[in-house]
Write a protein that binds this ligand. Structure first.
Ligand code: NDP
Ligand code: DGY
Length: 328
């Protein structure tokens, strides 16, 4: 599609998998410029690159606020994010300007749920500690209580946010012999019946769960939800896992809960900030397993996300349906 004989301009804030690049470069709709790197675009380059663009394809690490939208100017019709989370987008400013938004729900649900289960098991069964002990000579013999952890069989699991990913996590955990599946959120979910999910107040979930999995979106209401008061209600033997967004957790309070024995262990795929500085106190703890935000990181999922975000961008540019448009 052409505007006054010219291809529409799009700016990509990063290199994306070739599945997405192919769609953009063969569509005959747009001319692509990108921050040609695997590292985040510096703010000044983002503000420069977006000037006059009709479309912007961004990542969750790019803060898209009024300054970026003003720098883009009135041509901007569509923002397509290579993520299902959209807390990095200033939706009120975007709405004011009548810009459409595309995102990538569903296609990363299985990969993220799988990683969350892996993180839960690694944390509860102390896998990183065990691997380290094998390497450093700490493995002297089979010992009755050495490296014991917590198992899922007969346990109560609490899922905060039984949405697409939360539900996929619950489905994967039930076959481990989970006895009760509690969940909390704003509304009860019909799909919870499949896992015998009990919709309970957050306090009940926190105090009764042996494993707590956070899979809600980051919103003003969920920011800092897991704080001192939250951890103080957890069982001393409980394991906490977060694969949503780092800002849902107050990390100082989590550190305190982990070092005081208030809770048993934590597994985090997301932190504040990202990357977490290598001298961060949480990284000194054996009972805290931190991953570098790899929930959706399988080759095929990232390829499908790239294709979906490219098709969202094209739909927005052409004023047609977007395969996954955010309604807000
Ligand atoms: P969904 O929209 O399907 O689910 C979000 C859930 O959050 C809903 O069930 C919603 O429950 C819940 N929620 C919203 N507000 C609250 C609240 N105040 N208290 C408790 N729960 C709340 O999104 P997805 O499952 O697809 O994705 C969830 C999040 O996972 C994303 O927003 C993203 O941040 C994160 N994510 C992380 C990845 C990683 O790599 N670690 C990969 C992909 C996603 P209700 O409807 O009742 O409000
Ligand atoms: C998302 O999509 O929101 C994740 O955090 C990365 O896949």
């Amino acid at each position: 599609m052409q505007t006054a004989g010219k291809l529409m301009k799009v700016f990509l804030t990063r290199r994306i998998p070739q599945e997405g690049m192919k769609i953009l470069s063969t569509g005959g709709v747009c001319e692509v410029s990108l921050w040609d790197s695997d590292e985040p675009v510096p703010r000044a380059e983002l503000l420069k690159g977006v000037q006059g663009a009709h479309g912007l394809l961004c990542l969750l690490s790019d803060k898209i606020d009024a300054e970026v939208l003003d720098a883009a100017g009135p041509n901007l019709k569509v923002i397509s994010t290579l993520s299902v989370g959209y807390d990095h987008l200033a939706l009120d400013e975007i709405k004011k300007r009548g810009i459409r938004v595309g995102y990538t729900p569903d296609v990363l649900t299985d990969a993220t749920a799988e990683l969350t289960v892996a993180l839960l098991l690694a944390t509860a069964r102390r896998l990183p500690e065990g691997v380290e002990e094998v390497k450093n000579g700490g493995w002297s013999s089979w010992k009755p209580l050495w490296l014991c952890g917590y198992g899922l069989s007969g346990s109560t699991v609490g899922v905060i946010g039984l949405g697409r990913i939360g539900m996929a996590i619950a489905r994967r955990l039930m076959p481990f012999g989970v006895k009760r599946l509690l969940y909390s959120g704003r509304t009860a979910k019909a799909h919870a019946a499949e896992v015998n999910g009990e919709f309970v107040p957050l306090d009940t979930l926190v105090s009764e769960s042996d494993f707590i999995v956070v899979s809600c979106s980051l919103t003003p209401e969920t920011q800092g939800l897991c704080d001192k008061a939250f951890f103080s209600k957890m069982k001393n033997t409980a394991v906490f896992v977060n694969s949503s967004r780092g800002a849902v957790v107050n990390q100082e309070d989590l550190y305190e809960a982990l070092t005081s024995g208030q809770i048993a262990a934590a597994g985090l795929d997301v932190t504040t900030p990202e990357p977490l500085p290598t001298n961060h106190p949480l990284l000194t703890l054996k009972n805290c397993v931190v991953l570098p935000h790899i929930g959706s990181a399988t080759y095929s999922t990232r390829g499908i996300m790239a294709a979906l975000s490219a098709n969202n961008l094209l739909g927005g540019l052409q004023g047609t349906d977007m395969p996954s448009e955010l309604t807000f």
